[in-house]
Design a protein around this ligand. Sequence first.
Ligand SMILES: [Zn+2]
Length: 55
Amino acid sequence: MCLICIEFDRAAMSVKEARRALGEMSVKLDPEHVREVRAKLAEAEAAADDDATDP
Ligand SMILES: [Zn+2]
């Protein structure tokens, strides 16, 4: 857990914003956690795409 996870889970941050924040913070974060956050963002983005294509 990091600030990005907290803000993103509260929906205070969009995927785009979280990605940018991750780019800025990735040097301070555990590389393994960076991978986890990236996976989480990719998943959220895929889910948003699914929503957008629903009739
Ligand atoms: Zn985190």
